[in-house]
Design a protein around this ligand. Structure first.
Ligand code: FAD
Length: 428
């Protein structure tokens, strides 16, 4: 059945941070844009800590005032520690080689709802509880998707459907990484009364490392802290613990996290989400642009997801505006977009891979290094990577790579003990 709805300039699948940003930028440029979202807002989502580059993007998008109504905690730095260390190493963002804007940890329900309201206010049409079931046509200037309400037609499709990767599944281009370090599962919940750092460090997310994976503790509002454990995908089966009890099991075995949670209150079971890294190349093709998690998913250790999604969304929207206003060809707009997404994600893939090496952890936790290499790594972690990291960061990152390699054979920083949750064989 072909519905009588008009033809939209852009149809966006998904109203998360990527979809809302794409819709907002298209609408502001005068395009007729429709955002289709299968759930209704506000809805829970994990991924609560934003990069400094995301803080400045929120300002660039004119969302500074709207942000004031979102439950959040100001994030001025980050703390990393090994599982047996009670005091971690703190990295204030203003130590970075390039200045890092203030940013936030957010309750995603409120943050995502704010973004979609702003997209509506700027002229995007949003249909909640409307799932895209299939793609019927995918060509430049002619796309059609099937929904519960019938077929909807448009000129471009912006896929921001998150891990559902609607277009990539249709084209069969979603490739997960075979390497086991990219195949993880995350166990998480929100707790109250989790101990925080004092003063301006209150909002620092804590990342705790162990051999089996890593923990996060992210203050998301005045009372609640998001706690999560990201583990190798086979761990729960190996130790015989049910998936919804893994968080409790892991916290008990990790002194650094257990200490912060001495007086914490919260559920005894946890939520679970698969955390497998993948990429869907090419990120743009005839009739489509892939945005955020619908393009690629990276291990969330460095909290990059929302920032990458919103930056890519703005870029994809600009590409569609450029094409439809006759300012660029399909081919050049696609090429620029692919380069933009590749440039940002490649840097983080490499850092994530290194992060799982003990040598990287030793060097990074040392907190300082020659020629300001640590300050450069911190700037990368703040999100200074688009369209590619500046030269001052690139050469220092190379040098840091070399130090990580060299430190495996000859210690250049004080060695740190490995920490395993399974030190006693994993008995409960
Ligand atoms: C364990 C874990 C921890 C994370 N921690 C962080 C963090 O600290 N910081 C950070 O920045 N990122 C983090 N992330 C990543 C972050 O959650 C995502 O990168 C981010 O939500 C991507 O935004 P998006 O708009 O691309 O997709 P999403 O936020 O997933 O939004 C996609 C939307 O599409 C809708 N949708 C799906 N299918 C359809 C369909 N067929 N039709 C219509 N609508 C559809 C969904 O309902 C959803 O609302 C984490 C991820 C995980 C798994």
């Amino acid at each position: 059945m072909i519905s009588s709805t008009p033809i939209f300039d852009a149809i966006v699948i998904g109203a998360g941070p990527g979809g809302a940003t794409a819709g907002m930028v298209c609408a502001q440029a005068g395009l007729r844009v429709l955002i289709l979202e299968k759930s209704s807002f506000p809805r829970f989502r994990i991924g609560e800590s934003l990069l400094p580059r995301n803080g400045s993007l929120i300002e660039e998008l004119g969302l500074g005032d709207a942000m004031k109504s979102v439950p959040c905690v100001s994030k001025l730095g980050i703390e990393f520690s090994m599982g047996h260390e009670m005091e971690g190493t703190c990295f204030p963002f203003d130590l970075g080689l390039l200045p890092g804007a203030p940013t936030y940890n957010v309750e995603r329900a409120g943050f995502d709802a704010m973004l979609i309201e702003q997209a509506k206010a700027r002229g995007a049409e949003v249909r909640e509880r409307t799932s895209v079931k299939s793609i019927q046509t995918l060509a430049d200037n002619d796309v059609a998707v099937e929904t519960d309400d019938g077929v909807i037609r448009g000129r471009y499709l912006l896929d921001a459907s998150g891990q559902a990767t609607v277009v990539a599944r249709h084209l069969r281009i979603r490739k997960t990484y075979a390497d086991a370090i990219f195949q993880k599962v995350a166990y998480f919940e929100h707790f109250e009364n989790v101990k925080r750092r004092p003063g301006t460090e209150e909002g620092y997310p804590l990342i705790v490392m162990c051999e089996e994976g890593w923990f996060w503790a992210i203050p998301i509002n005045q009372k609640q802290t998001s706690i999560g454990f990201v583990a190798n995908s086979g761990l729960a089966r190996q130790i015989g613990i049910s998936a919804d009890r893994m968080l409790e099991w892991s916290i008990k075995r990790c002194p650094a996290i257990a200490d912060r949670m001495n007086n914490a209150t919260g559920p005894s079971t946890n939520q679970v989400i698969a955390d497998f890294s993948y990429a869907c190349r090419p990120y743009a093709g005839p009739g489509y642009f892939l945005i955020g998690d619908a393009a690629a998913f990276l291990d969330p250790i460095f909290s990059t997801g929302v920032c990458l999604s919103m930056l890519a969304a703005r870029e994809a929207a600009r590409a569609v505006v450029g094409i439809l206003k006759g300012k660029s060809s399909h081919a050049s707009a696609r090429k620029r977009y692919i380069r933009f997404v590749d440039g940002g994600t490649r840097v983080y893939f490499k850092l994530i891979r290194q992060y799982y090496q003990h040598s990287f952890r030793e060097l990074f936790l040392n907190g300082r290094g020659p020629m300001q290499v640590h300050r450069a790594v911190l700037s990368i972690l703040a999100g200074h990577v688009f369209p590619k990291p500046p030269f001052a960061l690139r050469w220092r990152l190379r040098l840091f790579d070399f130090f990580v390699w060299f430190n495996q054979y000859r210690a250049i920083v004080p060695p740190r003990q490995h920490f395993s949750l399974l030190a006693d064989g994993g008995q409960t």
